[in-house]
Design a protein around this ligand. Structure first.
Ligand SMILES: Cc1cc2nc3c(=O)[nH]c(=O)nc-3n(C[C@H](O)[C@H](O)[C@H](O)COP(=O)(O)O)c2cc1C
Length: 374
């Protein structure tokens, strides 16, 4: 199902986010073969940045990834050659749009790079303002005036659409989003990785990686969804929702939070490039199964149920058993109920007088035997 990112129509709502999986001609060729609506290059800067070794830390149990890759490992001249190479080869027959992610140490450097890259036939520029490694970029992403200055300079300098990639690690996201819109951006992407220390070895006292890194993968998805919902409540600009997408359901979640498309990053590191085609097929199936003919039918639908805290009314609810539970060996709900409302007497029982309807036991029950009732 087609959608639109930064004013550009794309064939389906699954895109490949910026990262080393789209660095250079060979990886671009691979990414172009997957059928994504669009592919975003790794962030292009003037100089190449070193590939530190090691540069990844990973927690398999929850899918969390830390990386200490700053910008692209190849320089501007090589990028221009590589992007011209894929243009000359007519993108190898791919329908995927190509968006170049760009960053400079100042607005004028970002302009310099963007003007050169725009000549290679890319469909759009994404300003990568939000990378949490090193000294500079994360600061830019948090300051509306700086975001405005970078965005306006690049928007005025090129005649292709410009989007801005933002960070969730800023206290004033709505102001930053408004600054992008005021500067003439055609779209917003988010989120970038979040500054982290993924692990510390408690025998040696050493962190997994020797500097602060960027956190990505499944654990950041709730933060991404919240940031995208906030962006969608602030602007009508098309949004690419990124952060922890592992499957088709996650893409649909981002669309329901207000995005026009979902971007995959760490999923490629963890499962390989094939995950992109798998997700595209599964999103397509979900859309067909649910008789959706236009993305607008579901875009942002979750926002309608999202109230401010003050608007939520207290309702007299309590946990109820969906079916009898006679598992005497489990006891998870009993152990975790702060109100001591759950007991076992041949079967699990909920004391309605004690239960205050917090809902936590429902998520904890391994057999989904509890639900909230009146
Ligand atoms: C190894 C790695 C390198 C990345 N490099 C870039 C980059 O060059 N430019 C950029 O805008 N985002 C970069 N990102 C951020 C991703 O595009 C994405 O926003 C973030 O990882 C969250 O999505 P995910 O959880 O699907 O990975 C990188 C992420 C990873 C894991």
């Amino acid at each position: 199902m087609k959608t639109n990112i930064m004013g550009i129509e794309i064939a389906n709502p699954v895109v490949i986010a910026s990262g080393p999986w789209t660095r250079g001609r060979d990886k671009l060729k691979k990414a172009l073969s997957l059928g994504a609506g669009a592919i975003f290059t790794e962030t292009i800067v003037s100089e190449s940045y070193p590939d530190l070794t090691p540069r990844y830390d990973y927690i398999k149990e929850n899918g969390g990834v830390e990386n200490i890759r700053l910008y692209s490992g190849i320089d501007l001249e090589t990028w221009i050659d590589d992007l011209n190479y894929i243009k000359k080869n007519k993108r190898f027959g791919s329908r995927s749009k190509v968006i170049a992610s760009v960053m400079g140490s100042s607005p004028s450097e970002a302009v310099y790079i963007s003007k050169k890259i725009a000549k290679t036939g890319v469909d759009g520029i994404e300003l990568g303002l939000a990378c949490p490694m090193g000294e500079g970029p994360e600061l830019v992403a948090g300051i509306p005036e700086s975001v405005y200055a970078f965005t306006k300079a690049v928007v005025d300098a090129v005649d292709i659409p410009v989007s801005v990639k933002l960070s969730a690690a800023t206290g004033n996201l709505p102001m930053v989003v408004k600054a992008c819109a005021k500067a003439g951006a055609s779209g917003i992407s988010g989120i970038d990785t979040i500054r982290c220390i993924l692990s510390i070895d408690i025998e040696s006292g050493r962190p997994g990686l020797p500097t602060y890194g960027g956190y990505s993968g499944a654990p950041i998805r709730p933060i991404g969804l919240s940031a995208v919902a906030g962006m969608a409540q602030t602007t009508g600009l098309p949004i690419v929702g990124i952060g922890g997408i592992e499957n088709a359901d996650n893409v649909i979640e981002y669309i329901m939070a207000g995005a026009n498309a979902g971007g995959i990053g760490s999923g490629i590191l963890i499962s390989g490039y094939g995950v992109v085609s798998d997700i595209i097929t599964a999103v397509d199936k979900w859309i067909t199964d649910h008789h959706i003919t236009d993305i607008e039918q579901i875009k942002g639908c979750a926002l309608r149920c999202l109230k401010s805290f003050e608007e939520i009314k207290c309702e007299d609810k309590h946990a109820d058993l969906v079916s009898d539970c006679v598992d005497s060996s489990c006891g998870i709900c009993i152990n975790c109920c702060l109100e001591e409302a759950i007991s076992y007497d041949g079967k699990i029982k909920v004391d309605e007088a004690k239960c205050d309807g917090c809902g936590f036991c429902i998520g904890l029950c391994p057999d989904k035997k509890l639900a909230l009732g009146w």
